[in-house]
Design a protein. Structure first.
Length: 227
């Protein structure tokens, strides 16, 4: 069992670092499940993403460093926002919503960029305030935190029906995989993020047939958004 744990997470079992890598891997796996469900506009996808934050960032914050809550809580709120945003669409079968695609406008791009900047800063935490983040050898940390922030912000774009959010998530996940691969990664974490790339591309493909919001409004049909 110890050899299996080390093979999967590149850490010894029973250590703090090993537990944190295992929790991050579990969190990423739940996010993959969330993507697979949201590809079919299933509300349960948002519950899976909320659980992903509980399983990873929130548990790590409560167990090892409560200051990490400043990053974990906003991450959780993105899942809550997605659940609320999807609730505005009418049901199309059990748990499935009649989602309308929205264009990726300038306001969405600006909001996404600000969200990535804020989440990255919150994730860096003390490394940013003490100046350690700007020292040599921290490039991998910056790339990792930036790509994780982009994935979270992509969930917010997806919640608004922006299909391009899936491509953004796939790109960020691919960069994260490349970063992990170049730094002797834990096999389980690397594998799960590969699945994240695949799941995001699958969801982007599945959303191709969704009606556009402006087209639906122009047709004067039954509105898909309630409230």
């Amino acid at each position: 069992m110890e050899e299996l744990f080390y093979t999967l997470f590149s850490q010894l079992p029973g250590t703090d670092s090993g537990m944190q890598v295992a929790l991050f891997s579990l969190s990423a796996l739940l996010s993959v499940v969330a993507c697979a469900l949201l590809a079919h506009r299933n509300d349960l996808g948002w519950w899976a993403q909320i659980l992903a934050v509980f399983a990873g960032p929130l548990v790590i914050a409560m167990q090892y460093d409560t200051l990490f809550l400043v990053y974990a809580i906003p991450s959780l709120l993105i899942g809550v926002f997605g659940l609320w945003r999807f609730s505005r669409y009418k049901f199309q079968g059990k748990f499935t919503r009649q989602v309308l695609r929205a264009p990726l406008g300038l306001s969405a791009i600006i909001a996404a960029a600000l969200g990535v900047a804020v989440l990255t800063a919150l994730h860096l935490g003390e490394m940013l305030t003490t100046g350690f983040a700007f020292t040599a050898g921290t490039g991998t940390i910056w790339v990792s935190y930036l790509t994780e922030a982009v994935v979270l912000v992509s969930f917010a774009l997806i919640a608004c029906g922006i299909r391009a959010g899936w491509l953004l998530m796939a790109l960020a996940s691919a960069v994260y995989v490349a970063t992990l691969f170049a730094n002797n990664p834990a096999f389980a974490l690397l594998l799960v993020w590969v699945f994240m790339v695949i799941a995001a591309l699958y969801a982007w493909f599945m959303w191709r047939t969704l009606p556009r919001r402006d087209s639906a409004d122009h047709a004067g049909g039954t509105p898909a958004v309630s409230g």
